[in-house]
Design a protein around this ligand. Sequence first.
Ligand SMILES: [Zn+2]
Ligand SMILES: [Zn+2]
Length: 226
Amino acid sequence: MKQLLNLLFPKHCVVCKKEGSFLCDDCLSLIEINPFRYCLCEKLKKEDKCNNCKNRYLDKIFSASDYNNKIVKTAIHKFKYSYIKELSLPFSFLILKHLENVNCSIDTSFILVPVPLSQKKIRKRGFNQSEEIAKNISKVTGLLLDSNCLIKIKENKSQAELNKTERINNIKNVFKVTKELKNKNILLIDDVYTTGSTMEECSKELKKAGANKVWGITIAREMVDL
Ligand SMILES: [Zn+2]
Ligand SMILES: [Zn+2]
């Protein structure tokens, strides 16, 4: 069946169009996996947050690659807007490689929580791109995945066109935690980290529900001056 499907609907690399897979090995090898980690702001950071960020709810952020890399940008775009779910595999690979590069050891007290989408978006896209990545990471690491503890209760505008202040207001009170998370450590999964306002709003809700540490993980980081 699979062979027949491949024959009828061959996979093409979303970047170079070569037949065989949705992101070919050549294109994948051109994505530089971050060998370092940033603070929530744009400072390079090894351990704690800088003074400006120390009062933020999110404790750490890990981003596997740079969103300005053309291949990363194209592939993430195809993942989200052309609904190519299978791209979650190479993205998960990049994330796991990055965690290895920065010597991040995640113990079993952490649970994986994808940044939720609204019901309307899920119906349109058919899947939550962050949840697909979280599923893969769960399979490889054995960490528990909980896609229901954090939900999106309000439809809002896309963050992409907004500046930093507008983003903070646009994302306010759109998430809700559905259960107590006392002393749980959370790995929050999203596709791109830009100003961090989405992750911050999620972290606020997760901590209100009792979560201890909240670390963010994304495929890519977009450095912007908003
Ligand atoms: Zn390619
Ligand atoms: Zn900082």
